[in-house]
Design a protein around this ligand. Structure first.
Ligand code: MRU
Length: 352
């Protein structure tokens, strides 16, 4: 019997049966509903609609879904097509592509369903330990009494483990540092207000929720000592994509002289992408900007038929980043320029 347990994902495998469950994150925090993903088509839909979300977690979920399909008897051709559909479900977070590439290598070399399942399990377990390492590395930068601003959700709901940026905060709290977290609500889908606030409350970590446009005001009042965010893709030069609004925070941080940290696993590095200009940015529906949808139904607040622009991510240039907190260490811009990050990352990478 195999049993994997994360905050937002559960997977079991017994002889002749597998089950992949996710918590439907679009319903949080009002409703905690676990949904069974029986087919790859259901997983693709869950990724597109953000029922499951966060760069590392979508990769791991996609890998387990593909392995489940193999265990249910899908042909190699079907698995190849399904890997492609999962790969294309969202364009920005590179973890999804990396996980699909690793599964595809296994499919192409005609690994058995059990061997494919083993790859997916290793991807899950790897993410758990990458998160632990990021948390340990990042917590060293946090001081007792720090007020830390974060954006979007980068915790247990976004990964198989303790999270990235939120994992750092969590670890610092476990080290008995008195931390206060300012949580950006993160328009338009409110991952901060709905998900990060939910996680921090569960963890008993003190926080204050703010709307995104209050961040600059707080910095001006010297109420923020550090900013820590996650990432969906880090380019070879250290530029990175993260939830829309991150770039604005980085600019504000530089103006106010506040350290700006980005935390992520090496699985978010894309060496084939030379700089941030080449990172594909997901464009989402105008309806996410013109109103809101949830367990309460749909509320429309914009003037009817207003055109709206809805990029899900933005790119922060490396020159605005104080430190990159990765699983293999804490790095500076110079480390990127001199190839040191690549050297360290290649030593820690999982070989499948
Ligand atoms: O659109 P989402 O909710 O998947 O966006 C998530 C983020 O931008 C996170 O900051 C990122 O994936 C890092 S999660 C550890």
């Amino acid at each position: 019997m195999i049993h994997l347990d994360a905050l937002a994902l559960r997977f079991t495998s017994t002889p002749g049966n597998t089950a992949l469950w996710i918590i439907d994150q679009t319903l949080l925090p009002l409703k905690e509903e676990w949904v069974l993903l029986r087919t790859v088509a259901e997983t693709v839909n869950a990724i597109k609609t953000l029922k499951v979300r966060g760069a590392p977690l979508i990769g791991v979920t996609a890998a387990l879904s593909l392995a489940q399909s193999a265990m249910k008897g899908a042909s190699y051709q079907q698995l190849t097509d399904e890997a492609q559909a999962l790969y294309a479900a969202r364009p920005t977070a590179v973890n999804l592509m990396l996980c699909m590439d690793r599964m595809t290598v296994g499919i192409a070399s005609k690994k058995t369903p059990e061997e494919l399942l083993d790859i997916a399990i290793r991807l899950f377990n790897e993410d758990v330990s990458l998160c632990e390492n990021i948390a340990g590395n990042g917590a060293k930068l946090i001081r007792n009494g720090d007020h830390i601003l974060t954006h979007c959700n980068t915790g247990g709901l976004a990964t198989a483990g303790v999270g990235t940026a939120l994992g750092v905060i969590r670890k610092a709290c476990q080290q008995d540092k008195a931390i206060h977290v300012y949580v950006d609500e993160t328009r338009p889908l409110l991952q901060g207000a709905r998900l990060t606030a939910w996680e921090l409350k569960k963890l008993d970590i003190p926080y204050t929720l703010i709307t995104d446009n209050m961040a600059g005001h707080l910095m001006q009042l010297k109420k923020v000592q550090k900013i820590i965010v996650g990432c969906d893709r880090i380019a070879a030069n250290g530029d990175f994509a993260n939830k829309i609004g991150t770039y604005g925070l980085a600019v504000l941080a530089r103006y106010h002289g506040i350290p700006f940290y980005v935390a992520g696993p090496y699985t978010t590095m894309d060496w084939a992408c030379a700089d941030g200009d080449r990172i594909p940015i997901e464009q989402r529906s105008a309806s996410e900007v013109s109103g809101v949808e949830g367990v309460f139904g749909r509320v429309e607040w914009a003037a009817p038929q207003s055109p709206a622009y809805n990029p899900a991510f933005d790119v922060t240039p490396a020159k605005l980043v104080s430190r990159w907190i990765l699983d293999c260490g804490v790095f500076t811009g110079k480390d990127f320029q001199h190839g040191r990050v690549r050297q360290w990352v290649s030593q820690g990478a999982l070989t499948i």
